[in-house]
Design a protein around this ligand. Structure first.
Ligand code: ATP
Length: 313
């Protein structure tokens, strides 16, 4: 879907990106992570030509991005950033409708889409659609920014630290929302973050950049279990690797199916990392696990936490 071939970008003669090869498959959730100044945002912005690359080739759907008009690229690629970039004199509705209006969607269709997106992002449509950005909190503005990026069902969603200003609870719920949107729509997603846990939770594939170069790319499990260099190992926090691996599995995936146990059940979607916390807080060695309908589907045993998570091993 998106391919970089030996891409380079220079600012004032200094390389920000050098010899970058990337291949982002259709429908994949890719996370770019790295130290500050490693070139994550530059890489993302080169995809929709907010920054033009100086060397190499960038292909979108098999064609060089220079063959697309920048407006066309931006219509096909939603873009959400931490600093939001909402138009201050436009209402929430008008902001979200930016691309649908460019595409001349009928009014009623735009209105319905705005309602749908506000609700998807847990903002009451009637309460928020007529507000202006300065009448929203930072986190609400960020959510409107994500809604705007999604508005015209773009093929690709580019996100640069989109959850940066959110409190941990809203952040976790937005992350879950994005994972759900990704699963439902099969859209290609590229997200920049400096938050390791966010990268591990969201990504199908992580690309770790340092100094304008890819140090390693792979699944979250590969990054944790097969770090290519001491830098990768240190970046993912060698002391926390076990805990982070637990973050990749769920109570549902590790429960022994069919077993029953009285007591307050934990959700099947709970991460094993959170389950560990509950084991310790309850001083228990077994936890009943319930599905979405509240029925117990099995029992999670403390000793099973060390079993490999999906895709590992
Ligand atoms: N417009 C610009 N003019 C000059 N240098 C720039 C410009 N934009 C980025 N750079 C430089 O390019 C390098 C990569 O910047 P970039 O913003 O892509 O990094 P990043 O990994 O996203 O960093 P951070 O996590 O701090 O946001 C940095 O050294 C930065 O100073």
């Amino acid at each position: 879907m998106i391919e970089f071939k030996q891409v380079g970008k220079y600012f004032n003669g200094k390389p920000a990106i050098e010899h970058l090869d990337l291949n982002i498959a259709k429908g994949e959730f890719t996370v770019l992570i790295g130290t500050s100044g490693s070139g994550k945002s530059t890489t993302l912005k080169m995809i929709n030509r907010l920054i033009e690359h100086d060397q190499g080739k960038i292909l979108f759907a098999g064609e060089e991005i220079h063959n697309f008009k920048p407006e066309e690229l931006r219509r096909r690629m939603g873009y959400a950033i931490q600093s939001i970039g909402l138009f201050p004199h436009w209402t929430v509705e008008k902001n979200i409708a930016t691309v649908p209006q460019l595409l001349k969607w009928p009014r009623a269709k735009i209105r319905d889409r705005v309602t749908e997106l506000l609700e998807l992002l847990h903002l009451d449509a009637e309460q928020f659609r007529h507000r202006f950005p300065h009448q929203l909190s930072g986190g609400q503005q960020q959510r409107v920014g994500v809604a705007r990026a999604l508005a015209a069902n773009p093929d690709v969603l580019l996100m640069d630290e989109p959850f940066g200003a959110l409190d941990p609870v809203t952040r976790a719920s937005m992350q879950a929302e994005i994972v759900r949107i990704h699963r439902l729509s099969g859209r290609t997603l590229v997200l920049v973050t400096h938050d390791i846990d966010e990268a591990l939770t969201l990504a199908d594939r992580i690309i770790l950049l340092d100094n304008g170069k890819v140090v390693q790319q792979g699944t979250p499990q590969q990054m944790l279990l097969q770090p290519a260099t001491p830098f990768v190992r240190a970046f993912f926090g060698q002391d926390d690797i076990g805990i982070r691996l637990l973050g990749l599995g769920t109570a549902g995936s590790h429960a022994r199916p069919g077993e029953q146990l009285p007591g307050i059940a934990v959700a099947a979607s709970l991460s094993l990392r959170e389950a560990l916390s509950i084991f310790i807080a309850r001083q228990a060695e077994q936890l009943p696990v319930a599905g979405e309908d509240g029925k117990v589907v099995g029992v999670l045993h403390f000793r099973d936490l060390i079993k490999p998570v999906k895709g590992e091993g």
